[in-house]
Write a protein that binds this ligand. Structure first.
Ligand code: ATP
Ligand code: MG
Length: 470
């Protein structure tokens, strides 16, 4: 058992943060099934002599001569329940029962607190009552103590159980905090949260394959991103919108940074250019880092977070291929950056950075070409950017084309049919302000922020080429 337990008040503050719970009694009401239930780390040695009830999972059982230790685990941490064999009475009867309870069974324990410096959180409970609410099978798919490691696939097959381990639990509490921080940040800046359809007709932005689905007598698709819809909302007068939702990509990649169902934070802002939305993005990233940096559960991931300094470094696409060339990696102008090129650049730069001024040919039709009037700028370059972590791309964005004619020409020049984009193009014919936006992968942000190598670790139930269950 490690001594760096997270205190109840820390867990409570996470609850408050995550669920906006105002006071302790509301937290307690969530567990009205067990009268006056306390979390393991809510109890301390100061409660010596008090009667308490706890509820949780049987984490460990230890039999040492005439003493039996039952370690009960709950959301907050661990409580030690101590039974003596030869005490007679209730304790004797309990001793016989507790011995037989399978690990990971769900139990409630009622008893007296006794100060015990050697126990987790400095106390033990001398039980008077125990109830088994749900008996676990003897053979467990995973070890929850962290003593026996398991392959990621085995962990994902038994994800409900994997979530009982400290490390995985904290990853998902952090994920919840990250999403909350993103919403807080954007709400604070006057953004409206929106929900756009995930079932769409044919029109694809290109760049990725879609998942076809059967939609009554027609074919439909799972949306690759809210791009077209969030842009259409710019014609609504909403000015600043965001969406946090799944995106679906049918690419057959089997990599550690791709999922077939991912979560994207998308924003779109009217009357601004790419420069303003880049500033929003870097401020948002720094804000999220600062929020998560204060979370004590980070220690369980053996990770320390340094809040990145803003503004992030900006390099142009041309500078990127120049740096790569100096490092011996040749990229022809107009080619996209491979994963290996991204890694090489990441090693050279070593911090979060933007790549700007991309060739239009490798950016989508909605990316705005630079103003040809700007001295020294070429018209085959777009006001598009990628936000890069040294290990992985985090976000892509751009200033958008808002001219109906140019947009239509761009769609056609990418070999797509303007007819199938009619619903989208229409929004550009009746008053569309200039606008810009980006899409940020939630899982990419989490994995890079927490130093986690495989993206599947930060999704509860990941979907990849081979995995459709659980
Ligand atoms: P990559 O080149 O890294 O595959 P992309 O350029 O195809 O990503 P975009 O279309 O720019 O991705 O999507 C915006 C963001 O959404 C990406 O920067 C990334 O953070 C996230 N994202 C895109 N595709 C995936 C995926 N398959 N799995 C997880 N995250 C993704
Ligand atoms: Mg991209």
């Amino acid at each position: 058992m490690d001594s760096s337990e997270i205190t109840y008040s820390e867990i409570k503050s996470v609850f408050r943060e995550c669920f906006n719970i105002k006071n302790k009694s509301e937290v307690m009401n969530m567990s009205s099934l067990i009268h006056n239930r306390k979390y393991a780390t809510e109890i301390t040695a100061d409660n010596d002599g008090e009667q308490v009830s706890i509820a949780g999972w049987v984490h460990e059982k230890r039999h040492l001569g005439g003493v039996f230790f039952l370690i009960v685990r709950d959301l907050s941490g661990f409580a030690q329940v101590t039974l003596h064999k030869h005490k007679g009475g209730v304790e004797q009867e309990l001793f016989e029962r507790v011995k037989k309870v399978a690990r990971e069974s769900v139990v409630t324990i009622e008893g007296k607190v006794k100060s015990e410096p050697k126990a987790p959180n400095g106390y033990e409970i001398i039980p008077e009552r125990m109830e088994v609410l749900s008996e676990a099978s003897q053979i467990l798919p995973l070890d929850t103590t962290g003593k026996v490691g398991a392959e990621l696939d085995t962990r994902l097959d038994a994800r409900f159980m994997d979530l009982r381990t400290e490390r995985t639990k904290h990853i998902f509490i952090i994920r919840s905090q990250v999403l909350k921080a993103i919403r807080d940040f954007l709400d604070e800046r006057g953004f409206i949260e929106t929900n756009t359809p995930k079932i769409v007709s044919a029109a694809t932005e290109g760049g990725t394959a879609l998942f076809p689905i059967s939609y009554f007598e027609r074919e439909a698709f799972l949306n690759q991103s809210p791009q077209l819809y969030k842009q259409m909302l710019m014609a609504s007068g909403f000015d600043r919108v965001y969406e946090i939702a799944p995106i679906f990509r049918a690419e057959e990649h089997d990599t550690t940074k791709h999922l077939n169902e991912a979560t994207s934070v998308d924003i779109e802002v009217a009357f601004v250019s790419d420069k303003e939305v880049m500033a929003i993005l870097e401020e948002l990233i720094a804000f999220v880092y600062s929020k998560v940096g204060g979370y004590p559960g980070l220690a369980k991931l053996n990770w320390e977070l340094e809040v990145p300094k803003i503004p992030f470094r900006r390099i142009t696409y041309d500078e990127a291929i120049e740096l790569l060339s100096e490092a011996g990696e040749e990229i022809e102008w107009g080619e996209d950056l491979s994963t290996s090129a991204e890694h090489t650049l990441g090693e050279i730069i070593g911090e979060l950075y933007f790549i700007t001024d991309w060739p239009c040919a490798i950016k989508p039709f909605y990316a705005q070409p630079v103003d040809v009037g700007v001295k020294g700028k070429r018209k085959d370059i777009c006001n598009a950017f990628d936000l890069m972590h040294p290990k992985v791309e985090l976000a892509s964005g751009s200033q958008r084309v808002h001219s109906y004619e140019l947009l239509k020409r761009n769609i056609e020049s990418k070999g797509l049919s303007a007819d199938s984009f009619e619903f989208y193009l229409d929004a550009f014919r009746f008053g569309m302000p200039p606008h810009a936006g980006w899409g940020l992968g939630v899982e990419r942000l989490l994995m890079s922020m927490l130093g986690i190598d495989n993206i599947r670790e930060v999704v509860l139930f990941p979907r990849d080429r081979r995995r459709l269950a659980p």
